[in-house]
Design a protein around this ligand. Structure first.
Ligand code: ZN
Ligand code: ZN
Length: 325
């Protein structure tokens, strides 16, 4: 729901006219919303079942402006974050086995539920996170998907010592710091010839950065593919050791070309990571609290959301794009 911008007035006064429909909902005044590649896939119709008309945006930082009657663990004025997972049913087999990321009844923010390209948004309070101090609203926004789902992909790579990251956008620029912090070697692949981004990767702790298509200095124990480019799958498989893993971290990817079985042979694994659980969020935000992460943002006003999406599409952003209402 996009509310029009109110005039002067206290949060409480605004909250009197809240669109809260259910007792478990929370009204949030948006202060920043990250622009994620998934938004681009939604806007361009590459994902099925989007509920149109729709307000995109699932990396939402804001301030609680109203509460449903049954919400007890949040207060008006709290700074909160709203992630991609907006609802899970708690009843299906996936929910009952701690895999609510795969819930058959899941609803996602900015896809099934109106999101954060807005002045205000309404969320199910059970899926809202409190955010670590030490990050501005704009810096905290990319933590909510790029950081959080990126971290789920990073964990899926196991205890790899040498981790390849294909695509150096919002997620990888956070994950390269986590890898360095944990004493792992991060090897970064950008679009060929993107010297600026390779230099940026090295400045954040990558031990090597080059273009995709280049061989890493030594074989990789694992690789994570953030770029939505299917041809990177056989490329990454060709550089991981026997028993190594290749993780596809995006929600959408161009078709994967056929490749010789020899690339998968010797117990190499290829898998994808989907969505997040609330436990992922708690774990990653605790890490972000312990280990200060440098979050690089390019800020746009809400009115320039289309420009932000266009620059993301063109690969012309360093770090993460963030909309400021
Ligand atoms: Zn479920
Ligand atoms: Zn996202």
């Amino acid at each position: 729901m996009v509310l029009t911008r109110p005039g002067a007035g206290a949060l409480e006064a605004q909250a009197r006219d809240t669109p809260i429909a259910l007792p478990g909902e929370v009204l949030v005044r948006v202060s920043a919303c990250g622009v994620c590649r998934t938004d681009l896939h939604v806007v361009e119709g590459e994902l099925p079942h989007a509920e149109i008309p729709l307000v995109p945006g699932h990396e939402i930082v804001g301030v609680v402006a109203g509460l449903g009657d049954s919400v007890t663990d949040l207060a008006v004025g709290d700074r909160v974050g709203i992630p991609w997972l907006g609802y899970s049913c708690d009843e299906c087999e996936y929910c009952k086995s701690d895999r609510e990321n795969l819930c058959v009844n899941a609803r996602f923010t900015g896809y099934h539920i109106d999101g954060g390209y807005a002045d205000y948004t309404v969320a199910d309070a059970r899926f809202v996170f409190k955010l670590p101090d030490g990050y501005t609203d704009a810096e905290a926004a990319p933590l909510l998907c790029a950081g959080l789902i990126g971290y789920r992909a990073y964990r899926a790579a196991g205890d790899a010592r040498r981790v390849g990251l294909y695509g150096f956008g919002a997620a990888a620029h956070i994950l390269v710091q986590v890898a360095a912090y944990e004493g792992r070697e991060a090897i970064v692949f950008t679009r060929p010839g993107d010297e600026g981004r390779q230099q940026f990767a090295r400045s954040l702790g990558a031990v090597w950065a080059g273009g995709s298509g280049e061989a890493p200095p030594e074989p990789l124990d694992a690789a994570i593919i953030f770029a939505p480019v299917g041809s990177l799958v056989p490329e990454a498989l060709s550089h991981v050791v026997p028993g190594g893993v290749v993780v596809c971290a995006g929600i959408h990817m161009s078709d994967i070309p056929s490749f010789p079985y020899a690339l998968l042979w010797q117990e190499r694994q290829l898998l994808s990571v989907a969505n997040l659980t609330r436990a992922d969020g708690d774990e990653f935000l605790a890490l972000a609290r312990r280990q200060p992460l440098r979050v690089s943002t390019t800020r746009f006003s809400l009115a320039h959301a289309n420009e932000a999406l266009a620059r993301l599409r063109a690969g012309a952003l360093t770090g993460a794009a963030v909309l400021i209402p």
